[in-house]
Design a protein around this ligand. Structure first.
Ligand SMILES: Nc1ncnc2c1ncn2[C@@H]1O[C@H](COP(=O)(O)OP(=O)(O)OP(=O)(O)O)[C@@H](O)[C@H]1O
Length: 227
């Protein structure tokens, strides 16, 4: 491959007690590409995503992001990196119920020290982009599931991350809403140059990616980066 990967994982092992979640899993992601992680239930997809995002520390193996070794970084340094360089979209319950939607979208900017007005102005731009500007002053409990996921995508994009990690982002949505979320997410990532790592078991969702990899029994089948 011509371009150097932005994020590389090599030989990841992870066990939870007697359960092996990852076994010599390897993965590489180029800047700006959209990759779908597929595979059977329990095969290790979410564990791989969480390791790549610096949320779970693998038992063995290395993860390099933009020249930095994630596995040996301090927890503080990894948290800082997650806030500045990564965005996250999960399946459920990720919005803070007490905050309005615009406050939720602005939250990552506020955590990075931005003033409320500027943060909410930028949040409002992303909400318009994701076609949920009408939910700005509602709370998450007052909007639909599809709107909630689009608010979550706006929140993931608001810090201009280089990588967005999405774990079953359409898993709780009907197919029409799911497709809309995927279209808006991938359009926005292509415009901003953010890479997307997406866990899904739905071929229809994976179809929005540039490339699919398959996890089986904790190992990755990745034709493109195979030695
Ligand atoms: N926190 C945990 N504690 C104990 N076991 C875990 C934990 N997280 C994952 N596992 C186990 O590790 C294996 C891999 O789980 P993982 O969630 O990564 O799979 P998955 O492919 O994402 O599954 P699914 O498609 O069902 O979400 C499974 O056997 C799972 O039960």
């Amino acid at each position: 491959m011509s371009s150097t990967p932005l994020l590389t994982a090599t030989g990841l092992d992870k066990a939870y007690g007697a359960t092996t979640a990852l076994a010599r899993a390897s993965f590489a992601l180029r800047a700006g590409e959209v990759v779908a992680i597929m595979g059977p239930s329990g095969s290790g997809k979410s564990t791989l995503l969480h390791c790549l995002a610096g949320i779970v520390r693998p038992d063995a193996g290395t993860i390099t992001y933009d020249g930095r070794e994630l596995t040996t970084m301090s927890d503080t340094a990894r948290s800082a990196l997650r806030r500045t360089d990564f965005g996250f979209v999960f399946q459920f319950g990720q919005l803070v119920p007490e905050l309005t939607c615009v406050e939720n979208v602005a939250l990552p900017l506020r955590l990075n020290g931005e003033k409320r007005k500027a943060a909410e102005a930028r949040a409002a731009e992303w909400m318009a982009r994701l076609e949920v500007d009408d939910t700005a002053h509602k709370r998450p409990g007052e909007i639909s599931g599809g709107q909630g996921q689009r608010v979550a995508v706006a929140r993931a994009l608001v810090t201009a991350p280089r990588v967005i990690f999405a774990d079953e982002p359409t898993g709780a949505l009907d197919s029409l809403n799911g497709e809309r979320v995927m279209q808006l997410l991938t359009d926005a990532s292509r415009d901003t140059g953010a890479a997307v790592v997406l866990v899904t078991h739905e071929a229809r969702v994976a179809a929005y990616s540039d490339r699919e990899i398959v996890v089986r029994d904790g190992a990755v089948r990745d034709a493109e980066w195979a030695a």
